[in-house]
Design a protein around this ligand. Structure first.
Ligand SMILES: Nc1nc(=O)c2c([nH]1)NC[C@@H]1CN(c3ccc(C(=O)N[C@@H](CCC(=O)O)C(=O)O)cc3)C=[N+]21
Length: 297
């Protein structure tokens, strides 16, 4: 039987486990605060921002939000970032990607105070992660590691094929999984749009992580029996539903499920874990900034 890994359930456990740390910080006079910054009005981004605000409310994190007009000059976003760097009630914040075309996301990230960079995207935090001394693990890769752990899937010695080389998923996940650590010790292959024979790489893997942002790129014909399949894709495709779209992963679920020993669904797989690990990083940020020790899940 194929195990369907329930990301909503694991994320909910992590939120529960975070509440004690949050109350410890609140009792010490510093309830953790998380801010989201949204430039423009990308509908998917607005959905994520709303979900993050609800998550914060559930666990007792103070949530803040800043909107920046999509047509404003980059300086307006930089000013908002400077304000958040100064705001002692905001321990962590993220600038929702993508930003409009006239803004360079790398210029944005460099302005975020690294101690408040709960996405883990600032070059200082990227460097620390690669050096094996991560401060904030990027939320999606960290969520993937926690999902594997929750399903008792050991990565040690395993062949992991990651499909996708993005700065926010593929690259940091590859770095984490090759590290000498209980949740690492894997042999990792990173594939991308120029990979010659993608199916050969996915077929030779014990664990496939699909994170290319291409709907249903990986299907059952590309998998051997018994593969663990982690689907990071959250593609909105037009559909005749209430919302006018359907969420589709990077994996063709039905055919992949026939081959997989365990698989994550979309929705309800990695997505909720990304949000849970953002809360985790926010609690860690508050703990570091206020020098209050807490136990993290
Ligand atoms: N600075 C920045 N940090 C991010 O972490 C970031 C970002 N920008 N830009 C966009 C991507 C995407 N992302 C998701 C988070 C949660 C779900 C999620 O909760 N998905 C639910 C359902 C969502 C729905 O119903 O639309 C699920 O898969 O079950 C999805 C996608 C974070 N991202």
């Amino acid at each position: 039987m194929t195990e369907i890994i329930d990301g909503n359930a694991v994320a909910s456990e992590i939120r529960d486990d975070l509440t004690a740390a949050i109350e410890t910080l609140a009792d010490a006079g510093s309830r953790p605060g998380l801010a989201t910054v949204l430039m423009g009005d990308d509908p998917a981004s607005q959905t994520y921002v709303n979900m993050k605000q609800r998550d914060c409310e559930e666990v007792g994190i103070e949530s803040h939000h800043v909107d920046v007009d999509g047509d404003a000059p980059p300086e307006e976003l930089y000013d908002a970032i400077a304000d958040l760097n100064e705001d002692s009630e905001v321990h962590g914040y993220i600038v929702q990607a993508p930003v409009p075309d006239h803004v360079d996301y790398r210029d944005v990230i460099r302005r975020v105070d690294p101690i408040k960079d709960v996405d883990g995207f600032h070059p200082e935090n990227v460097g620390r992660l690669v050096a094996g001394d991560a401060r904030f693990r990027p939320c999606t890769p960290h969520g993937v590691q926690k999902l594997l752990e929750s399903a008792d899937i050991d990565t040690e010695g395993k062949d992991v094929t990651i499909v996708g080389r993005s700065d926010i998923v593929g690259k940091p996940l590859a770095n984490l999984l090759i590290q000498k650590a209980d949740d690492g010790n894997a042999t990792v292959t990173v594939c991308h749009s120029r990979t010659d024979d993608l199916a050969a790489k996915t077929r030779s893997a014990d664990i496939v992580v699909a994170a290319a942002g291409v709907p249903e790129l990986v299907d059952g014909s590309m998998l051997e029996d018994g593969t663990v399949v982690i689907d990071v894709g959250v593609n909105r495709v037009d559909a005749d539903t209430d919302k006018g779209y359907e969420l589709v992963g990077d994996v063709e679920f039905e055919s992949a499920k026939e081959k997989a020993s365990a698989i994550t669904p979309v929705p309800g797989g990695v997505g909720p874990m990304t949000r849970a690990m953002l809360l985790y990083n926010t609690v860690k940020a508050a703990s570091l900034q206020r020098d209050v020790d807490v136990e993290l899940p």
